[in-house]
Write a protein that binds this ligand. Structure first.
Ligand code: ADE
Ligand code: ZN
Length: 351
């Protein structure tokens, strides 16, 4: 039965955005470390932080671009030393995600941030994997891990990380590419991604966040990605927009992140409505929620509040896209899409 979106009043939108089932496909788990947990882990592990208090740390969260954020983000991750620390971080995220009606999450993690400090790879992945298993068992939330290579480091370093990860091949579903984008184009990692494809890993990459549309093109053509993380600068290349739409190539868009990192000056100036209007498979995600002012529902609510072009139909499309773009079996994601339809049909009937 068709959903009559026009029957859903705008004032009911925030509640509907919160209630609808959704998948999160772009969350750096290290970016979910809240200042309170950073301080708790610092104390537990005897790590001295360059900030005297939680409030002083939070006050430093005023970013001018991606690099200004990454400097603080990597410093925050320095408190993670033990398997239990990685578990606690991911578990705190899962509790928040479940409260946001996230039914499925694909979590990025940055092993090099930890192994370069002497934390063994297996400590990182065991803690995260255990949290994923418990999220499924106790919260009914399906979760998987995507290993990201740091693009400011060398391809040889990425290849060495992949080798370290192979004994844990069953614990992660794919690989991504993150960190400082400008000056580090996807083609720098052509060989390591070719190896990952041979291994049957799913492939994603950050592209077109701060970097030019040409980086999106090389992520597609050289790395052969299955999703683009961010991708908002695609609109500067109309032929690329047409290609992304024709290929139904998903974009994992992160509205609060884009405003906090000055990719857009304001939420009202975000191009999410234009991406949807162009027929792109856009999704909404939180990126680094502890640093950018909110988890997934906050991203939806703030984007819809600032952008009048976004209404109930777009809410449904974005949630449906999140299931389509996920790396789960079609039978499972179709089940979630039916739940989504039921939530919207009930909202239309109740108005
Ligand atoms: N690592 C964590 N958040 C990131 C972002 N928004 N872009 C690139 N790398 C990141
Ligand atoms: Zn990201």
């Amino acid at each position: 039965m068709a959903i009559d979106f026009d029957r859903i009043a705008r004032e009911r939108l925030p509640a509907l955005l919160r209630a609808m089932p959704k998948a999160e496909l772009h969350i750096h788990i290290e970016g979910s470390l809240e200042p309170e947990l950073i301080f708790r882990l610092a104390q537990r592990n005897g790590v001295t932080l360059p900030y005297p208090s939680v409030d002083a740390l939070r006050a430093a969260y005023a970013f001018t671009d991606l690099q200004s954020f990454l400097d603080i983000y990597y410093a925050g991750a320095s408190v993670l030393l033990k398997e239990q620390d990685f578990f606690d971080m991911a578990w705190a995220y899962f509790e928040k995600a479940a409260a946001d009606n996230v039914v499925h999450a694909e979590l990025f993690f940055d092993p090099q941030t930890h192994t370069d400090r002497g934390v063994p790879f297996e400590v990182v992945i065991r803690g995260l994997h255990h949290a994923c298993q418990r999220a499924h068992a106790e919260l009914g939330l399906s979760a998987s891990l995507i290993l990201c290579f740091l693009r400011h480091l060398s391809e040889d370093a990425a290849m060495a990380t992949l080798e370290q990860a192979l004994p844990y091949r069953s614990h992660f579903i794919g690989v991504g590419l993150d960190s400082s984008e400008r000056g580090h184009p996807p083609e720098k990692f052509a060989r390591v991604f070719a190896r990952c494809r041979e291994l049957g890993l799913r492939i994603v990459a950050h592209a077109g966040e701060e970097g030019p549309p040409a980086y999106i093109v090389s992520a597609l053509d050289v790395l052969k990605v299955e999703r683009i993380d961010h991708g908002v600068r695609c609109v500067e290349d109309p032929a690329l927009v047409e290609r992304l739409a024709a290929e139904r190539m998903p974009l994992t868009v992160c509205p609060l992140s884009n405003v906090k990192l000055c990719v857009f000056k304001t939420m009202a100036g975000h191009n999410l409505p234009a991406l949807l209007a162009a027929g792109l498979v856009a999704t909404v995600n939180s990126d680094d929620p502890a640093y950018f002012g909110g988890y997934l529902n906050e991203n939806f609510v703030q984007a819809f509040a600032a952008l009048p072009q976004l209404g109930p139909r777009e809410a449904h499309t974005l949630a449906r896209n999140s299931f389509e773009a996920s790396f789960v079996a079609p039978s499972v994601r179709e089940g979630w899409a039916r739940q989504l339809d039921d939530v919207f049909a009930a909202a239309a009937a109740a108005t």
